[in-house]
Design a protein around this ligand. Structure first.
Ligand code: ISL
Length: 638
């Protein structure tokens, strides 16, 4: 990889893996096509000329930051086919459980481990192979368990360690697997490491965190938190037990203190803790914001332009930090590998090329990663109120199918606990709910990769019409509202913006039946939904052959039985606006997937008598497809 300097041309930056990801991300962020850099005139522009060409919007500091970042990432992904060793997780269907909202067995209004055991038959009937549990550890729940107080204890609201052992045994008895959430970018401020670090000046735990001495008016740098305000919390001398004012870094809430991974004893503790859970028999981990674990050691100020583009200042100093690959290799070699455990990294801000470095066969880092560029339309962020166009999803999926080959396994997800429901983002009109739920599933189970369903997606759950801030619980939403109000927005405007993006849309209880609170709890739920559970619930959906749920079950069964859908090649046959046709092929087997990405009836090519329809969400003649229709055909003749 030729060294990138301020004299390099944009096309050379684009040929650098991280350079390409960064340019693509910037273009996505400002709503421009990634093909823009392919323009020969643009490609010839030298980095240092950007300052003049942009009339100073791109400043010299930005260019220097970029050059430094690229120099720290010299690796190039391997494009050779690899040996593509079979692995259970390449063929599995994963299902994410947000335990708080899944099923409550004891009536305290909070979902729990026994509640999950009670619903395993549902998951098995659906065809799920593996469960991912969002955090169930002991936590003060400032961020619903993503702020861990004790990595080796179960949160009392979820049950006991005996309940966990029983859940694991029940999962395994059904031939399913279970992965845990590994949150090691930060701990709770109530974790024993942090309280000791704060209280004792000589504590060995001081180096576990980013603690910096200094008065309240001297914040260590300009980084911002993802949950509003600065990424630093000030602890006055009277609270530190050390007679010294201290600042502590938190990229998320002010109760989620970032851990310093450059410190070897911290890494050893994490390895130890991971092995402790693997000894219990868990099958792997989803690693929370794991691409953030390596920070630029000097903690330099973030670039203002990057901050403006990304909405957060400082990200360039940790989203792909200098020792990220090294730390992941250590974790894999010392913890995951000896147990054959699966690892799925959550990687916000990571693009396709860096993703291939993180997951490449033989690189010894992660098995799969979650990336997020498909969740919002170009130029949009989560808190914008807009309609998402499925053409963006198609182009994103097509890119990964084309670029990732057999050396890398794509993780496929549309919903999770951090995002509004995809159905609602595309088209919130109730008459399209069923078709859209089916279309999204048709993609998820027929392109190459490992699908991750989020609880309720199989039912076609949608966003909630929260009436006011009083209905919301999420720390991110509460902080965002306060921030907007402080900046002068009136109540209605601030609430409207929070409502568009709140993570609470995905966190309301799962609707199991038509009873009170959808059968989620016999008590008062910790967060309430709209109440459409009287008609939309799992019990009713299981009885209905046309439900989104039945469609998911049938698709999962189809995928499981088909070498073409599991491992075959993928070709995109129609990518015109509003259209999506792809073909999956394996020796002796071929499928066509035909989708209508629009809300209007559409003419489609009649594939003729050599194809039979296997699944059809709306029915109709072979040369027509209704609004958001999905049709899956199998080749039966020449
Ligand atoms: O905050 C973001 C930018 O708006 C997200 O991209 C964020 O980086 C991502 O949602 C991280 O999520 C994970 O870590 C958080 C936790 O609150 C989420 O629930 C978890 O999935 C902190 O642990």
């Amino acid at each position: 990889m030729p060294e990138i300097t301020t004299d390099s041309r944009l096309r050379e930056v684009h040929a650098h893996p991280l350079g390409r990801d960064i340019l693509d991300k910037i273009l996505l962020q400002v709503g421009l096509s990634a093909r823009w850099v392919d323009n020969p005139v643009v490609g010839r522009v030298r980095l240092r000329h950007l300052v003049r060409l942009s009339r100073g919007r791109v400043d010299a500091a930005f260019v220097d930051t970029l050059v430094r970042l690229l120099a720290a990432h010299p690796d190039v992904p391997d494009d050779s086919p690899g040996t593509a060793p079979p692995a259970w997780w390449k063929e599995a269907v994963f299902y994410q459980i947000y335990p708080r909202s899944f099923s409550d067995s004891d009536g305290d209004g909070i979902g729990d481990l026994q509640g999950i055991v009670d619903r395993l038959d549902h998951l098995q009937a659906l065809g799920v192979d593996a469960l991912w549990l969002s955090p169930i550890y002991d936590s003060p729940n400032d961020d619903n368990g993503y702020d861990i107080r004790d990595y080796r204890a179960i949160g009392a609201e979820y049950g006991s360690m005996a309940d966990f052992d029983r859940l694991l045994a029940e999962v395994h008895a059904r031939g399913m697997r279970l992965i845990m959430d590994l949150v090691v970018n930060h701990t709770s401020d109530e974790h024993a490491w942090f309280t000791a670090a704060l209280a004792e000046p000589d504590s060995p735990y001081r180096d576990y965190y980013f603690l910096r001495p200094g008065p309240a008016d001297a914040v260590p740098n300009n980084w911002t938190s993802f949950f509003s305000g600065p990424a630093w919390r000030h602890f006055p001398a009277s609270t530190t037990g050390a007679g010294q004012d201290l600042w502590a870094m938190h990229l998320f809430s002010s109760k989620q203190m970032d851990l310093d991974w450059s410190h070897e004893p911290l890494r050893a503790e994490v390895v130890d803790m991971v092995r402790w859970w693997l000894d219990k028999g868990v099958d792997g981990f989803r690693l929370d914001v794991v691409n953030y674990i390596s920070k630029d050691p000097g903690l330099p100020d973030g670039d203002a332009l990057v901050g403006e583009l990304m909405g957060f200042t400082g990200v360039e100093h940790y989203f792909a930090g200098p020792r990220l690959h090294e730390h992941l290799r250590q974790l894999r070699a010392e913890a995951f590998e000896p147990y054959g455990a699966v690892s799925v990294g959550e990687c916000p801000g990571i693009g396709s090329e860096t993703g291939r470095l993180l997951t490449g066969e033989g690189r010894g880092e992660l098995d799969m990663i979650f990336t997020f560029d498909h969740l919002e339309a170009p130029g949009k962020v989560r808190f914008d109120d807009y309609r998402y166009r499925l053409d963006h999803l198609r182009d994103h999926v097509a890119k990964y199918q084309r670029e990732w080959g057999s050396r890398h396994q794509v993780a496929l997800f549309w919903d999770n606990h951090d995002n509004p429901r995809m159905i609602s983002k595309v088209d919130p009109r109730p008459e399209h709910r069923v078709a859209l739920g089916k279309l999204l599933a048709a993609v998820q189970f027929t392109v190459r990769g490992t699908p991750f369903l989020f609880q309720g997606q199989e039912l076609g759950m949608v966003n909630q019409a929260f009436a006011s801030m009083a209905g919301l619980r999420d720390v991110e939403s509460l902080n965002k509202y306060a921030e907007l109000r402080a900046a002068g927005a009136d109540e209605a405007t601030a609430f409207g913006q929070v409502l568009a993006g709140t993570r609470d849309h995905a966190r309301v209880p799962v609707a199991w039946d038509a009873g009170p609170h959808g059968g989620f709890t016999t008590g008062e739920p910790w967060i309430s939904g709209d109440g459409d559970h009287e008609t939309w619930n799992m019990a009713a959906a299981w009885q209905d052959p046309a439900s989104v749920l039945t469609w998911h079950r049938d698709l999962i069964a189809l995928r499981r039985s088909s070498p073409a859908l599991l491992q075959g090649t993928t070709e995109f046959l129609d990518t015109r606006r509003g259209r999506w046709v792809h073909r999956r092929t394996a020796p002796g087997e071929e499928y066509l997937v035909v989708l209508n990405l629009t809300d209007a009836d559409q003419a489609v090519r009649d594939p003729g008598p050599s194809y039979e329809v296997v699944l059809d969400s709306l029915g109709g003649p072979p040369d027509r497809l209704g609004p958001y229709g999905a049709r899956i055909l199998r080749r039966v003749g020449d």
